[in-house]
Design a protein around this ligand. Structure first.
Ligand SMILES: [Zn+2]
Length: 290
């Protein structure tokens, strides 16, 4: 074998190694994508468990929400009648935008969303100290992950965050665990979390109340829900962290995010619903790297 041939072989080996590494990276990306899809299907299928639905119904103040919904329907009916009268009055200078009467189911959904965000579920960046009750970022800080217990795993928490407390009592000791539960029934008990927990628990309540519900994840960092409005014949975006309903461009226009995928998981299967959430769908698809 001469020197040229040796060099050629060595270059070829290098090229093969690079190609194999790139292919392994692609496999990792595909495996991660598939794993998220499987996780979503499992999360949603648990929402239809009879016991999970019964637990959900036990925490919802249904009579109150129904009363609030009836008031909302009455108000929307009056607004619709006033708008119709204004439109019929030719002398009216500028007719108001068409107000429509809302259905009881849609009104109850709006009141459920408001109650959930304002009164029921709490945002949790860092949990208060389990030993002395101290809270706030100057005292309680995340020091990494800690292994899940059997009980954590039983409620779908494979990730558990550990927090140290800097109060005089705790003196920097690691005192507090924050299991990131994936079990909606458990979340209805702890009533705290970040967007994943908000959307999971809210979707569970919607399913229990009989709404056709989807759990939606984007491929960046956010999770929300969609609920089918039978009266409007379409899916309504519902973000329980924001008390926002039917504002699908909230993320791109409001938050300045660039979405790559928004995937909805529901009883009817898994669906790419990205188009509803982006300003320019063609540009979004062109920018996808996976
Ligand atoms: Zn403490």
């Amino acid at each position: 074998m001469d020197a040229d041939e040796l060099l050629a072989r060595s270059l070829q080996q290098e090229e093969n190694a690079l190609a194999a590494a790139a292919s392994a990276r692609d496999d990792d990306v595909h495996a991660a994508f598939a794993s998220r899809l499987r996780g979503g299907v499992e999360t949603v299928s648990r929402h239809h468990d009879d016991l999970a639905k019964a637990v959900a119904l036990s925490v919802v103040p249904l009579d109150r929400l129904d009363a609030e919904a009836r008031a909302l329907v009455t108000a929307s009916r009056a607004a619709a009648a006033a708008a119709a009268a204004a439109a019929a009055d030719a002398s009216s200078p500028s007719p108001s935008p068409a107000a429509k009467e809302i259905s009881h189911e849609d009104a109850r959904l709006l009141r459920l969303l408001r109650w959930f965000k304002r009164e029921f579920f709490r945002w949790c960046d860092a949990p208060p100290c389990d030993v002395c009750g101290a809270s706030g970022p100057e005292l309680v800080s995340c020091v990494g992950m800690t292994p899940p217990t059997a009980n954590d795993l039983a409620h779908g928490a494979s990730r558990v965050e550990a927090y140290a407390c800097a109060s005089a009592t705790c003196d920097g000791a690691v005192t507090t665990r924050f299991p990131r539960y994936n079990d909606a029934s458990k979340l209805l008990e702890t009533r705290r979390g970040r967007c994943g927990e908000f959307a999971n628990a809210f979707a569970q309540l919607c399913v229990a109340l009989g709404y056709d519900t989807r759990w939606v994840i984007d491929w960046e960092d956010h999770v929300w829900c969609e609920v089918f409005s039978a009266s409007q014949g379409r899916w309504l975006h519902c973000d329980a962290c924001e008390d926002a309903c039917d504002q699908p461009l909230l993320y791109e226009k409001g938050w300045g995010k660039k979405l790559s995928y928004a995937i909805a998981f529901g009883r009817g299967g898994v669906k790419d619903v990205t188009r509803r959430y982006v300003v320019d769908f063609d540009a979004t698809v062109a920018a996808r790297t996976r």
